[in-house]
Design a binder for this molecule. Structure first.
Ligand code: FAD
Length: 563
């Protein structure tokens, strides 16, 4: 769909100046230069601690996370730009947990400046509004509930930030064409414009997306389940004033009674996404004249608009049986793919990177054994499984599979206009939320995601994400004292030498939800917070022994599922 041709040079903070190319009628994507790697420049080859294959949304998030923790990774990408060539407009909706991650990585402000914050969603059918929600009402995080921004911008800002951090070796035009696993390392074959070479890595991360070639190299089965539902995106710029809200029609009168999504994005562009007939011809429905007519019916005949990008798409559900194969870990779409309903694809990949980053940093720096990485697999596989189940239910609601399902769906829609109970059954996509992780044997309160709320100690007033960032890859033990004279924290602190990977903080007594939404626990509670802002557990009346057990569990076998 994209016919890319060089347009003009631009500056970039990476130092390796990209060129801008026309990524369709209205998108300009950077092109990053190929730089001769040391292996092709005659230097002796060496073994790298971490090689990430795939510099898409998830691979870049992990590289950036590792760089903030002082781990230098090599990233190999077969392309030389952001976004996937030919599909430059894919993901656009980022949920709060992702925004909290991006705050910690240092790109949130830039995303905020470029993107569109929103919290109100409306669901319509025919001409009626069925219901509306405002996610801001339940939000206590420092970050917005949702932000819309074309995916390639997020990737672009990550590339810039990675360059700023200065640790990562980002290699463009470097396609991995083969991989061999050994007990102690993995060997990768790479093709570049200047020839082929191979490198060794202690750990390889497969972030090559839904069509991962690495899975094939290692003979891994994924068994995709392909949906028959067909959609067509039209990214459009127009002058008509519309609120910065997410609108979804289950049955739009201007789309032959099929579903439609309407989202604002950056640069004054709107994502209009139309459900098509299952037997449609993708070439025909995405033809500019046909798409033009559809958008005109949607916006009104008198509204002038500019078509920025058109792309037909369909989806599949797939998930690997194991997210780890020895020294290879699978993240993002390479590990799991699902329909985009509820924006769970990219957001869950970002959470994969968030979960894996701190664990890998500990393992690479010999602060934890490789078995800690098994908890990445058990936690994120459970999350992927839940996300696939949730998105499948939405897909079924939007595209009923039988006449009986359609009758039921239509009954729900007509009831939802009048009765609140039926609104809960209208399913146009359950928006991405952080998944709860499986319980841990012998530990209370593990596996809950904490929002990025204020944390108040007698000397500091900051947010949880900033506090965690300052701790690097250490766990944070937050103690909520029984009284101003409670000596428990002092007693525990006297044994701090036992736990080099833990930092104590005593929260200000009386800090509670009425106090600006600050983190709050019952007095006498210690909550152990992981670097990904998940709880590692809670202790009432903590002792040296119980804390020791909880820290050891978090850093060894970690959150091994008990279920
Ligand atoms: C229509 C649509 C709408 C979506 N909307 C949303 C949304 O609103 N929010 C959301 O969160 N998600 C959304 N998603 C999902 C999201 O786009 C994906 O989940 C996300 O792109 C996955 O990122 P990834 O890094 O795992 O894979 P990819 O983005 O596919 O990146 C893979 C990278 O690997 C590289 N690569 C591949 N093979 C090789 C090789 N052999 N050697 C070297 N490099 C290689 C590629 O060049 C690419 O850069 C949407 C998806 C679609 C299709």
């Amino acid at each position: 769909m994209l016919d890319s041709k060089p347009m003009k040079s631009t500056h970039d903070s990476s130092g390796a100046a990209p060129t801008l190319v026309d990524g369709g009628a209205g998108y300009q994507l950077p092109v990053f230069p190929f730089v001769t790697p040391p292996e092709l420049a005659g230097e002796r080859s060496r073994r790298y601690p971490v090689v990430i294959v795939g510099g898409g949304l998830v691979g870049l998030t992990l590289a950036c996370d590792l760089a903030t923790r002082g781990v230098a990774a090599v990233v190999l990408d077969e392309d030389d730009t952001v976004g996937v060539r030919g599909a430059s407009s894919r993901g656009m909706c980022y949920a709060q947990k992702s925004l909290e991650v991006f705050d910690r990585l240092g790109i949130y402000e830039r995303l905020l400046e470029k993107g569109v914050k929103w919290s109100v969603g409306r669901t319509l059918s025919e001409g009626d509004e069925l219901y509306a929600f405002d996610a801001q009402l339940d939000c206590v995080s420092a970050q917005a509930p949702f932000l819309n921004l074309q995916q390639f911008y997020v990737e672009w800002f990550l590339v810039d930030r990675i360059a700023e951090l200065g640790l990562t070796d980002l290699r463009w035009k470097s396609r991995v064409t083969g991989a061999v696993r050994h007990d102690s390392h993995v060997v990768l074959q790479i093709e570049t414009p200047e020839g082929a070479y191979s490198i060794e890595a202690d750990w390889v991360i497969d972030a090559t997306g839904a069509n991962s070639p690495l899975r094939d190299y290692f003979g891994m089965q994924i068994n995709p389940e392909r949906g028959t539902d067909r959609w067509c995106i039209c990214d459009v710029r127009f002058s008509k004033q519309l609120p910065a809200e997410r609108w979804t029609w289950v049955a739009a009168p201007f789309n032959e009674g099929r579903a439609v999504w309407q989202h604002p994005m950056a640069d004054g562009v709107w994502r209009l996404d139309y459900q098509m007939a299952p037997d449609c011809d993708p070439q025909r429905v995405s033809h500019p004249d046909v798409a033009h007519e559809r958008v005109s019916a949607h916006l009104g005949k008198d509204v002038e608009f500019e078509m920025v990008w058109i792309g037909p798409w369909h989806y599949r559900n797939q998930m690997l049986e194991h997210f780890r194969l020895g020294r290879v870990l699978f993240i993002g779409d390479a590990a799991h793919a699902m329909s985009p309903f509820g924006a769970r694809g990219g957001n869950s990949g970002i959470q994969d990177a968030d979960n894996l980053g701190w664990k890998l940093a500990l393992v690479v720096n010999a602060n934890a054994s490789g078995s800690l990485l098994d908890s990445y697999c058990s936690e994120r596989r459970a999350a992927a499984s839940e996300n696939i189940a949730v998105t499948k239910r939405t897909a079924r609601f939007l595209a009923p599979q039988s006449e009986a399902e359609r009758l039921l769906r239509d009954a729900v829609l007509s009831l939802a206009c009048h009765y609140p109970f039926a609104r809960a059954l209208v399913n146009t996509g359950r928006l991405s939320v952080p998944n709860r992780y499986p319980a841990v044997t012998g530990i209370d309160g593990a596996g809950e995601s904490l929002q990025n709320v204020p944390v108040k100690t007698p000397h500091r007033h900051t947010t949880l994400a900033r506090y965690s960032l300052e701790q690097g890859t250490r766990l944070l033990a937050l103690y909520f004292p029984l009284s101003p004279t409670d000596a428990t924290a002092d007693h525990l602190r006297a044994h701090q030498h036992k736990w080099p990977l833990l930092r104590f903080a005593v929260c200000a007594p009386g800090a509670d939800l009425d106090d600006g939404g600050a983190l709050s626990e019952p007095p006498g509670t210690l909550v152990l917070v992981r670097p990904d802002l998940y709880t590692a557990g809670r202790l009432q009346a903590p002792t040296v022994k119980t804390l020791e057990h909880m820290v050891a569990t978090s850093l060894t076998q970690s959150l091994e599922s008990s279920s």
